[in-house]
Design a protein around this ligand. Structure first.
Ligand SMILES: Nc1ncnc2c1ncn2[C@@H]1O[C@H](COP(=O)(O)OP(=O)(O)O)[C@@H](O)[C@H]1O
Ligand SMILES: [Mg+2]
Length: 365
C-alpha cells in the first residue's frame, strides 16, 4: 500500500522571532506537505530568511515550536537536523575540489570512502555535471557552481531542502534554466523543499504552494493559481502581477456576483472575495492581462462583461505582449496587457476595455 504523504512534514506553530525591537516573524503557523516544493515569497525584509534560518537551526525562535516529521526540533543541533541548504552566494570552498565540496556533508557521517565517492558521483550526475569532480570551483561557470551547491545539498539525502534566493546571483536566462532544473530535480527526488524568493515569477512557475509574506506575517497561501487568480487582499493582488484597483461601493446582490458603483457612477458586476453588505466600500481589482481591447467604434456589448471606455495615453512593446495605459473619462488610468497579435492600437486611439465579470474581484479596504 502506498503510504500517505504527511501534510505537515514540516510544521511551524506560533513561531516568532524578535531581534531587539524588530519582530522579524510574527506568530506564524505554517505546514509544509511532504514531497512538495513550497516557496516563501515576499519583499525584502518580510522575514523569509529568518524563518528558514530558524528551521535550519541558525537562529532560535523567540516563541513557538518547529516540527519535522512530527518531532519537535527546537533544541536539535544543526548537524542533527538532516537538512540540505543552498544560499544566494553558493559559497563553495574555493581551495577544495568539486568532489571534496560535494562530499563535505558526508564527512562526519561515518561512511566509507568508497561509498562517499559513489554518492558524490551520483549527486554530480543528478545535477547533470558528471566527471567534474577533480576540477576546482573557479574552473566552473556561475550556473555550474550553483549546480554543485545543489549536489552538495542533496548528497546527504536531506529530509528537507532549504534554498534562500539561490538564483539571484545568476543572469536572467540562466535563472530560467535553473528554475526548471530545480523544479525537475525536486520532483524526481521527491524531496520536501522550501524555496525563498522575492521574485513572483520564480514562485509562480515552480511551486506546489506559494506562501506570500509581508512584515513577518503570512498574507495568503495556496497553489500558484489560487494566490494569483483569487488574491484575497490588496497586497497579494499588487505583489503578484499587474493589477488595477478601482474604488467601488456595493449596491446589490445578483446571484454569486455583487453589483458595485464606481467613482464615475458607472455600474459593474464582480465576484466578492469575502462577505460584503450593501453600502460597503470595496476595492475592485482587475489584472492587466484580463482586459480585451476593441476600437470603441467597433465595440459590441456581450453578456457577462464589464466595459470601460477611454483613450490610449501610453503603449509599450514588451516582445510578445503590448502594455497599454488607457485614460478613462474621469482621468483614471487603467493598465492593460494584450498579446501583440490582437494589438493594433496606437496612442490616442479611443478604445473599449472589455473584461469578464468573473475577472473583476472585490476586496475589503
Ligand atoms: N541578525 C539580525 N539582527 C537584527 N535584525 C535582523 C537580523 N536578521 C534579520 N533582521 C531583521 O528582520 C527582518 C526580516 O529580515 P529577513 O528575514 O532577512 O527578511 P527577508 O529574508 O525576507 O528579506 C528585517 O527587518 C531585518 O532587518
Ligand atoms: Mg532574505
Amino acid at each position: 500500500m502506498k503510504q500517505e504523504k504527511d501534510p505537515a512534514f514540516v510544521q511551524f506553530t506560533g513561531i516568532e522571532k524578535r531581534f531587539g525591537k524588530v519582530v522579524a516573524v510574527k506568530k506564524m503557523d505554517l505546514k509544509i506537505p511532504e514531497g512538495s516544493l513550497v516557496t516563501l515569497l515576499g519583499p525584502s525584509g518580510c522575514g523569509k530568511t529568518t524563518l528558514l534560518r530558524m528551521l535550519a537551526g541558525l537562529e532560535s525562535p523567540t516563541l513557538g515550536d518547529i516540527y519535522i516529521k512530527g518531532k519537535r526540533i527546537n533544541d536539535t543541533p544543526i548537524h542533527k537536523r538532516n537538512l540540505g541548504m543552498i544560499f544566494q552566494n553558493y559559497a563553495l570552498f574555493p581551495h577544495k575540489t568539486i568532489s571534496d565540496n560535494v562530499a563535505f556533508g558526508l564527512k562526519y557521517r561515518n561512511i566509507s570512502k568508497a561509498i562517499i565517492q559513489e554518492k558524490v558521483e551520483t549527486a554530480l550526475e543528478t545535477v547533470r555535471l558528471p566527471g567534474v569532480g577533480d576540477r576546482m570551483p573557479s574552473q566552473l561557470s556561475g550556473g555550474q557552481q550553483q549546480r554543485i551547491a545543489l549536489a552538495r545539498a542533496i548528497v546527504i539525502e536531506p529530509d528537507v531542502l532549504l534554498m534562500d534566493e539561490p538564483l539571484s546571483a545568476l543572469d536572467e536566462n540562466l535563472r530560467e534554466d535553473m528554475r526548471r532544473e530545480i523544479d525537475n530535480l525536486q520532483q524526481d527526488l521527491g524531496v520536501t523543499t522550501i524555496f525563498v524568493t522575492h521574485d513572483q515569477r520564480e514562485a509562480l512557475s515552480m511551486s506546489d504552494k506559494v506562501v506570500v509574506m509581508k512584515d513577518g506575517f503570512i498574507q495568503q497561501q495556496g497553489t500558484p493559481e489560487e494566490v494569483y487568480n483569487n488574491s484575497t487582499n490588496h497586497f497579494v493582488a499588487d505583489f503578484l502581477g499587474h493589477s488595477n484597483f478601482l474604488d467601488a461601493l456595493v449596491d446589490e446582490k445578483q446571484g454569486d456576483l455583487l453589483g458595485v458603483t464606481l467613482d464615475d457612477k458607472t455600474h459593474c458586476l464582480a465576484v466578492p472575495a469575502g462577505a460584503f453588505n450593501k453600502g460597503d466600500k470595496v476595492e475592485m481589482v482587475i489584472r492587466a492581462q484580463k482586459f480585451i481591447l476593441d476600437y470603441r467604434a467597433e465595440y459590441l456589448p456581450e453578456p457577462g462583461e464589464n466595459v470601460f471606455f477611454g483613450k490610449i495615453v501610453d503603449r509599450s512593446y514588451m516582445g510578445g505582449e503590448v502594455s497599454y495605459f488607457v485614460e478613462l473619462e474621469n482621468k483614471l488610468v487603467l493598465h492593460a496587457i494584450n498579446f501583440v497579435k490582437r494589438s493594433p492600437y496606437r496612442r490616442g486611439d479611443e478604445v473599449a476595455m472589455k473584461v469578464s465579470q468573473k475577472n473583476c474581484r472585490l476586496l475589503k479596504v
